[in-house]
Ligand binder design. Sequence first.
Ligand code: ATP
Ligand code: MG
Length: 139
Amino acid sequence: MAIERTLSIIKPDATENDNVGGILQLIEKSGLRIVAMRRMHLTKAQAGGFYEVHKERPFFGELVDFMTRSPVVVSVLEGEDAVAKYREVMGATDPKKAADGTIRKLFAKDIGENSVHGSDSLENAKREIAFFFAEADLL
Ligand code: ATP
Ligand code: MG
């Protein structure tokens, strides 16, 4: 295993419900370290660009509306096997299928409003980190 970095987004449902602290606590308890973090309100262009891989999916419009409804908290997480480890800490996309103790099991409402995003590969993590953070934010 290697030290990796992955991108996390705490989504609008979680900032609206004041679950940011609870989610960050689960992240830190898992052994991942928050090495950069920012709260921001995404524009439609930013949300659409970030989720560009899903633009042909039927839920794309709904996803962009949701992600721009309220502020999000974007962060870079670092640790052993960070990409896979954070996917584990998040739990399944659909909270009904998420394991006990995962962020989505504890906080998410449904498959759309599922509280967090995490990169799904090291390659996508690099692209997603660069989407939100400059080199100088990550020293
Ligand atoms: P994310 O990319 O946000 O970490 P994921 O990798 O678990 O989530 P994806 O398949 O990449 O899931 O879907 C991206 C996001 O699109 C989901 O997290 C969810 O917010 C939304 N989404 C996925 N499937 C649906 C659906 N069937 N209906 C509504 N929204 C959906
Ligand atoms: Mg995904």
